[in-house]
Design a protein around this ligand. Structure first.
Ligand code: SME
Length: 157
C-alpha cells in the first residue's frame, strides 16, 4: 500500500471516488479498527480540509472519543444528545447545515458551523459514529452523505 494520499482534482464526487479507492486499500490491509479509524480520519481531513474529522465509539452505553484530526474535542456523549447522540439513537445520518439551528447541538468548538454525523452499523447496531465539522455553513449535502456512508460501511465490514 502506498502511504501517500492522492487527492483528485475536480468535483467533490470525483474527490470521494479517489478517496474511497484508497480507503478500501488501507482498511483492507489492516484488521485493527483504531488504526483504520486513525488513517481514515486523516485521509478525509486531508482531502477536504475540514475543521474536525473523527470518530466516536460506543463503549459501555456512551459515545467515547476515538481517533480524530483537528482541535481538542468532547470525550463522552450520551445517547440522544447532540448531533452524534441523535445519529446513534435514530441510526440515521444527520446532515446539519447550521449547527446553531440543531436543538441540543454540542459545541466542542465555536468555529464549527455545519456538521455531518454518520452512524456506523454492525449487524443492525450502532458501534460508533463518523463525525465531521466544517467551519463554513452548508458544507454537507447528499454527495457527502452517500460517500461517507460508504466509508462507514467499509470500516464495519
Ligand atoms: N457537535 C457534536 C459533538 C462532537 S464535536 O463536534 C467533535 C454533537 O453535537 O454531537
Amino acid at each position: 500500500m502506498s502511504e501517500t494520499l492522492i487527492v483528485a482534482q475536480g468535483t467533490k464526487a470525483e474527490k470521494y471516488e479517489t478517496l474511497l479507492i484508497q480507503i478500501e486499500g488501507v482498511v483492507g490491509a489492516e484488521s485493527d479498527i483504531i488504526a483504520n479509524m486513525a488513517n481514515v480520519a486523516s485521509m478525509i481531513h486531508e482531502t477536504f480540509g475540514f475543521w474536525w474529522t473523527g470518530f466516536y465509539r460506543v463503549i459501555d452505553g456512551e459515545l467515547v472519543l476515538g481517533p480524530f484530526q483537528g482541535p481538542l474535542a468532547c470525550t463522552r456523549i450520551k445517547k440522544g444528545k447532540g448531533v452524534c447522540g441523535t445519529a446513534w439513537q435514530e441510526k440515521v445520518t444527520q446532515v446539519v447545515p447550521d449547527v446553531d439551528l440543531f436543538p441540543g447541538h454540542i459545541a466542542c468548538s465555536s468555529a464549527s458551523k455545519s456538521e455531518i454525523v454518520v452512524p456506523m452499523l454492525k449487524n443492525g447496531e450502532v458501534v460508533g459514529v463518523l463525525d465531521i465539522d466544517s467551519a463554513e455553513l452548508n458544507t454537507f449535502d447528499e454527495v457527502d452523505r452517500v460517500n461517507l456512508e460508504k466509508v462507514a460501511e467499509i470500516l464495519c465490514k
